[in-house]
Design a protein around this ligand. Structure first.
Ligand SMILES: [Fe+2]
Length: 225
């Protein structure tokens, strides 16, 4: 049951904290805990992508890198219209890479209207901040013979999701327009062997940067973009 577990649905402004996704199914389900973080309401006049990357790199050197980078991301998407202006409105499925390094990856992900991404993991912590549109997440966890869904969250403009390294999620843009989000990963997203699951059979398959690129190419071809 996806939505029935206590605590599985978060408030609109909540963030995802997935529990140990590697737990056996006989163990109690991990709960999603909402973490209260002080959102700074300070508005910025314009979003500067180089400055944003610089701020993330500096924050990543702090003792709690994920939380520090999250603060930077939350501040940015609090003024999501400025981010949209700074990055430009998405017009194709794809990734606008702001930073690719061995320890930190930052890109703007563009989902076409009603685009779906199959369940996948990242093998590193991840942050998602929505600056246009909406992104619905289904959370999955491993069980002895595959994966099962256990939670969901809807991310609106200005929202930030925090995904621990063991999380598995699938993503849908439910809108009839493009969704754009800044995605930040605590590692080399494009050079890490990851996993994805067939959306129909839930069979596990390998995934990496090349698999992601092919997925976007298929989506654009399907829509003649
Ligand atoms: Fe993801």
């Amino acid at each position: 049951m996806i939505f029935g577990q206590k605590g599985a649905i978060l408030s609109r402004r909540g963030i995802l904290i997935g529990g140990a996704a590697l737990m056996a199914s006989s163990q109690p389900p991990p709960s999603l805990a909402s973490v209260s973080l002080n959102r700074k309401k300070t508005k910025v006049a314009a979003f500067d992508r180089e400055r944003f990357v610089e701020d993330c790199i500096i924050a990543h050197r702090e003792s709690e890198p994920m939380l520090a980078v999250r603060e930077v991301l939350a501040r940015a998407v609090a003024d999501h219209r400025a981010v949209l202006t700074g990055l430009g409105a998405p017009s194709k499925a794809g990734l606008d890479v702001l930073l690719s390094s061995p320890t930190l990856t930052i890109f703007a992900a563009h989902w076409t209207p009603q685009m779906n991404l199959l369940p996948h993991d990242h093998m590193m912590w991840a942050l998602i901040g929505i600056y246009t549109g909406r992104e619905d997440n289904i959370l999955w966890r491993r069980k002895h013979d595959g994966i099962e869904a256990y939670g969901a969250d809807c991310l609106f403009e200005g929202d930030v999701a925090t995904l621990p390294a063991d999380i598995i999620h699938s993503v849908t843009n439910p809108l009839l327009r493009f969704t754009g989000g800044i995605h930040i990963y605590g590692g080399d997203f494009f050079d890490t062997d990851r996993h994805q699951w067939n959306p129909e059979t839930l069979a596990e398959e390998p995934s990496d940067g090349e698999a992601i690129r092919e997925m976007f190419a298929r989506e654009n071809a399907r829509r003649n973009l």
